[in-house]
Design a protein around this ligand. Structure first.
Ligand code: SF4
Length: 362
């Protein structure tokens, strides 16, 4: 898969664009003024592998919380601000690693200049973007409705404001609920600019439907080489956004992260409770960071062969099951002990990989 090479910008310690790995980000769902709840949620997200976190900054009190939040977290912090340039200045002062603003909403040009001056001084990028729901009125009149070219024109308008102030540390997003519109808009803008693109389907819905919509929209773009960072927006726990984000990247072999579970759909040959076994394996392994492929297969006849790509796996029989590694059968165990035997193999592999990565590091 060839990726379009965009300009590289830095969001704290995380690179974006220029061919570096595609990052997974999320947004907190707490009230930013509630510092302890926000820090708690960000730490949980860090443990799940979130690499950049954005917080809403709707008022001065929220802006004043940023300093405390920033000191307590490891991952880069992005401040999401609308309209009030003073909030953006406060956020930059608090040490945030990126601003999400639309300069067109900030008002007088001197206010935008102030923000740009502060961002330049601290060397932090700005993400500009359009949401289909907030397309400027003149563009709605010109294009009659939300169309991909309308979204692109709106985003480029924001970009030009920054470029005219000699600011080019820019990331762009163009989000809509409608997947084909979003995909087309990103494809169009990707031809017109070289700035890194932040991908997402906005207001995607509850986790099940939202994950499908996001996987399709983000996936189509990534598969054609477009996109430098992703955020899956779900009406639900932000941890799920991160998990789904990695599943999308892993499905396209763009990132490795934590366990990948290969489980069969079960069929008439299956004589074990594969669904509850797989759920248990998923629950028990979800906090592992090392990339491990784990197979949970329904029958000994086809299981090991169908899942030969897995690092470790089990295949059920009648009252017993097989343990296998990379398609090779290692042994047999009673059905009731099968999941625990698999979890032991996963743990051994995790330790092995950790030892390997430590040796590699020193
Ligand atoms: S692994 Fe066996 S039980 Fe599972 S779907 Fe394939 S044939 Fe059916």
């Amino acid at each position: 898969m060839r990726r379009k090479k965009t300009k590289k910008v830095w969001v704290g310690k995380v690179g974006m664009g220029g061919g570096v790995p595609i990052s997974v980000q999320s947004m907190t769902k707490t009230d930013t003024q509630n510092v302890s709840a926000t820090i708690k949620q960000i730490r949980k997200l860090e443990n799940a592998g979130c690499e950049i976190i954005r917080v809403a900054v709707p008022n001065r009190k929220a802006a004043l919380s940023l300093f405390k939040i920033k000191r307590e977290i490891e991952i880069p912090l992005v401040a999401d601000i609308h309209f009030d340039y003073r909030l953006a200045l406060k956020a930059v002062d608090s040490g945030v690693d990126k601003l999400r603003i639309n300069p067109g909403n900030i008002g007088a040009q001197w206010k935008v200049k102030e923000i740009v001056r502060a961002a330049k001084e601290r060397k932090i990028p700005i993400r500009v973007g359009v949401n289909a729901g907030s397309l400027p009125r003149d563009l709605l009149t010109k294009y009659k409705k939300v169309t991909p070219p309308a979204l692109v024109e709106a985003a480029l308008r924001q970009v030009r404001i920054l470029e005219n102030l000699n600011f080019t540390e820019i990331v762009i997003s163009l989000k809509a609920f409608d997947v084909p519109t979003t995909v087309k808009a990103y494809q169009l803008i990707s031809k017109k600019t070289n700035y890194p693109l932040h991908l997402g389907i906005t207001e995607a819905g509850l986790p099940e439907a939202g994950s499908v919509r996001s996987a399709l929209g983000i996936g189509i773009l990534l598969a054609s080489g477009i996109g430098d960072t992703i955020r899956v927006s779900l009406t639900g726990d932000p941890i799920q956004e991160v998990r789904v984000g990695y599943e999308i990247l892993k499905s396209l072999n763009l990132r490795e992260h934590g366990p990948t579970i290969i489980s069969c759909p079960t069929c008439g040959r299956c004589e074990i409770d594969i669904i509850s076994m797989t759920k248990k394996v998923e629950r028990k392994t979800r906090n592992i960071q090392a990339p491990i492929k784990i197979a949970v297969m329904g029958c000994v006849v086809n299981g090991p062969g169908e899942a030969k790509d897995a690092d470790v796996g089990i295949a059920g029989g009648k009252g017993y099951g097989l343990l296998f590694r990379k398609g090779k059968v290692l042994g047999k165990t009673k059905e009731k002990d099968l999941v625990d035997a698999l979890l032991n193999m996963v743990e051994d592999l995790r330790k092995e990989r950790r030892r390997g990565s430590l040796m590699h590091r020193y």
